[in-house]
Design a protein around this ligand. Structure first.
Ligand code: ADP
Ligand code: UDP
Length: 235
C-alpha cells in the first residue's frame, strides 16, 4: 500500500490517503501539545510507543468483539486504518476524578467516582473543545440519538475491558478519550488511538502518573513513563 497525499496533519499524527480509497495510513509523531495547543513540545519515542500500544489495544478490543478502524501496523510509527467520516466529538469516560472534572466539580484529584462518568467535548479547536450534552449535539447536528446510544455502549464496554486488563498490570485506568466515525454503511466505528496521550494511567500501588499529565504539568520522567506503560501493557 502506498501513501498518496496528506489528508490531514494534526497535533500528534499525520493522516495519509493511500492507493486504496477505503484505507488510510496514520503516522504517529513525537510532537505533544497541551492546554488546547498553548504548550508545545516533543516526547522522544512517543510516536512509536503510541502506535504500538494503540495497535495492541485495538487487537485486544477485537478479541472482546469491539470493532475499530485498525487494520494493521506496518512500521514503527505507522498503521493502516479504515477511512471513516469522523464525528466531531471527544468521548471521555472517567472512573476517578482528575483533570477538568476534578476542577469543574470541586472533587479532589483521585476521588473514585460512584459510577463511571461519560462526557462529550466538541472537537473544535477554535471554541476550545467545549463540553456538550446530548441536546447541544442535536442542535449542532453532530450525531443522532441512536448513534450516541451506540457510542456510549461501546465506550462503556471499552472501559470495562481496559479496566480488567490493566488491573492485572497494576495500572488504574483513571479516564480516557475516544473518537468515533461512520463507515461507508453508516455504522459507528471506534477510531483514533488508545495511548498515554489520551488516557490517564496511574500505578495501582503508588498512584504514580504514567501518562501525558507528566508532560502537561512539567513533572519530568515523561519518556520513561511512556516506556514503562508500553512495557507493562505488552509484557
Ligand atoms: P488532532 O486533530 O486532535 O490534532 P491528531 O494529530 O491525533 O489529532 O490527528 C489525527 C486526526 O485523524 C484526528 O483529527 C482524528 O479525528 C482523525 N482520525 C482518526 N482516525 C481516523 C479514521 N479512521 N478516519 C479518518 N480520520 C481519522
Ligand atoms: N483528553 C484527550 N484530548 C483532549 C482532552 C482530553 O485525549 O483534547 C483525555 C485526557 O488525556 C484524559 C481525558 O481525556 O485522559 C480527560 O481529560 P480532561 O478533560 O480532564 O482534560 P484536561 O483538561 O485535564 O486536559
Amino acid at each position: 500500500m502506498e501513501k498518496t497525499k496528506v489528508l490531514y496533519e494534526g497535533k500528534a499524527k499525520i493522516v495519509y490517503e493511500t492507493d486504496d480509497p477505503e484505507k488510510l495510513i496514520v503516522y504517529f509523531k513525537d510532537d505533544a501539545t497541551a492546554g488546547n495547543g498553548e504548550k508545545h513540545g516533543t516526547i522522544n519515542g512517543k510516536g512509536a510507543i503510541n502506535n504500538e500500544m494503540s495497535a495492541f489495544f485495538f487487537n485486544l478490543l477485537k478479541t472482546h468483539g469491539i470493532q475499530s478502524h485498525f487494520v494493521e501496523k506496518i512500521s514503527d510509527r505507522e498503521m493502516v486504518v479504515k477511512m471513516l467520516r469522523m464525528i466531531a466529538l471527544e468521548v471521555v469516560v472517567r472512573n476517578v476524578a482528575a483533570g477538568s472534572l476534578a476542577k469543574r466539580l470541586g472533587l479532589p484529584e483521585g476521588t473514585p467516582l460512584k459510577t463511571p462518568v461519560l462526557e462529550y467535548d466538541y472537537k473544535n479547536d477554535e471554541l476550545g473543545d467545549p463540553l456538550l450534552n446530548r441536546y447541544h449535539i442535536m442542535v449542532l447536528d453532530i450525531a443522532r440519538v441512536h448513534e450516541l446510544d451506540e457510542i456510549e455502549h461501546i465506550a462503556f464496554s471499552v472501559n470495562q475491558i481496559l479496566i480488567n486488563f490493566l488491573k492485572a498490570k497494576n495500572i488504574r485506568l483513571i479516564d480516557f478519550k475516544l473518537e468515533f466515525g461512520r463507515d461507508s454503511k453508516d455504522r459507528i466505528v471506534l477510531a483514533d488511538e488508545i495511548s498515554p496521550d489520551n488516557c490517564r494511567f496511574w500505578d495501582m500501588a503508588t498512584n504514580e502518573k504514567l501518562d501525558k499529565d507528566r508532560f502537561r504539568h512539567d513533572m519530568g520522567g515523561v519518556e520513561e513513563a511512556y516506556k514503562e506503560m508500553l512495557h507493562r501493557v505488552t509484557a
